[in-house]
Design a protein around this ligand. Structure first.
Ligand code: ADP
Length: 301
């Protein structure tokens, strides 16, 4: 069964300069290489889901500037449906990123068009209702995240929320979440703890643990811990997006059954992303995820 995943979320163009030294406030430094990288957690997770094999639709907004075409094209190139991608007047979302040789960085995000994603239209609602999984993050207005989740709940579509960037969540959203996905920092901000604290807020929680893999708990008493593949990590940027996109696909394909299998597959996707340099360009395709999955977990009961 092909998984049907809808993402309602952000798309940004990352403007990245590498530099020997990061500037201090008021200082100007001469940088080295400059590149543009399509990003935003929403778009990254949509690309991750499509590469992992889903029929994926993206609902989001780009601006009326010269960056919009790049953002739209990168989604289309990954096979993501863009019927729900609107163009709004003004700038697209951008992230200004400076990275030094130790991979230390400065990042400033200007949400631009992402802040204008305030309404869902009838086609967006129909897409959410027809999907197996709705995948959400916190880089578009909270009212839109809540509206999308409400639409999914009414239609029986599973709501997966990646609470990134970390924020405390209102009850009106928590009540609509089926599966919450967070890293350790996000868990601390969202719930002030780990899995036990998360389960006070939502019925099912996934905690990503970097090189240590991922853990899962639900209110039915199921607890799982999955080790990550052992790899040489080159660049862990977007590993969380690869994990979350693949988890949504695995969850949809199994109808929420065999959660351990979905977690292993998601861990393989996160690790495969960490094996390659780059962010969205490092999101793995299905064959790559399968190969690392099989090499890691074959023979595991
Ligand atoms: P985030 O990028 O959101 O902080 P994590 O660092 O927890 O998220 O990474 C997400 C997932 O990617 C992990 O659960 C794991 O499966 C995989 N991953 C990340 N870093 C590594 C690593 N160094 N080795 C193996 N797998 C990794």
């Amino acid at each position: 069964m092909t998984a049907r995943v809808v993402v309602v979320g952000s798309t940004n163009l990352d403007l990245v300069v590498t530099t020997a030294q990061l500037p201090r406030p008021g200082e100007t430094v001469l940088g080295e290489r400059f590149r543009t990288v399509p990003g935003g957690k929403g778009a990254n997770q949509a690309v991750a889901a499509a590469r992992a094999g889903a029929a994926c639709e993206f609902v989001g907004a780009v601006g009326s500037d010269e960056f919009a075409g790049l953002l739209r094209e990168s989604l289309i190139a990954a096979g993501v449906g863009v019927r729900g991608l609107r163009t709004v007047p003004g700038p697209s979302g951008v992230a200004l990123i400076a990275v030094d040789r130790d991979a230390e960085n400065f990042i400033v995000v200007a949400p631009g068009a992402n802040a204008a994603l305030t309404e869902l239209d009838a086609d967006d609602r129909a897409a959410i209702a027809a999907a197996d999984v709705l995948l959400l993050q916190l880089e578009v207005p909270l009212s839109t995240v809540v509206a999308a989740a409400g639409c999914a709940r009414a239609a029986g579509t599973t709501v997966v929320l990646n609470a990134a960037p970390a924020a405390t969540l209102p009850d009106e959203l928590l009540d609509l979440v089926d599966v919450l996905v967070v890293n350790e920092h996000e868990a601390e901000v969202v719930a002030g703890g780990a899995l036990d604290a998360l389960l006070k807020l939502v019925p099912r929680a996934v905690l990503t643990l970097g090189a240590r893999g991922a853990a899962y708990a639900d209110r039915d008493g199921l607890r799982l811990s999955v080790p990550a593949p052992r790899i040489d990590a080159v660049d862990t940027t977007a590993a969380g997006d690869a994990f979350t996109g693949a988890l949504a696909v695995g969850w949809a394909e199994r109808g929420g059954a065999d959660i351990e299998a979905s977690l292993r597959w998601a861990c393989a996707a996160g690790a495969a992303c960490a094996q390659r340099p780059g962010a969205s360009s490092a999101l793995p395709d299905r064959a790559t995820i399968d190969a690392l999955h099989d090499a890691t977990y074959r023979g595991t009961p």
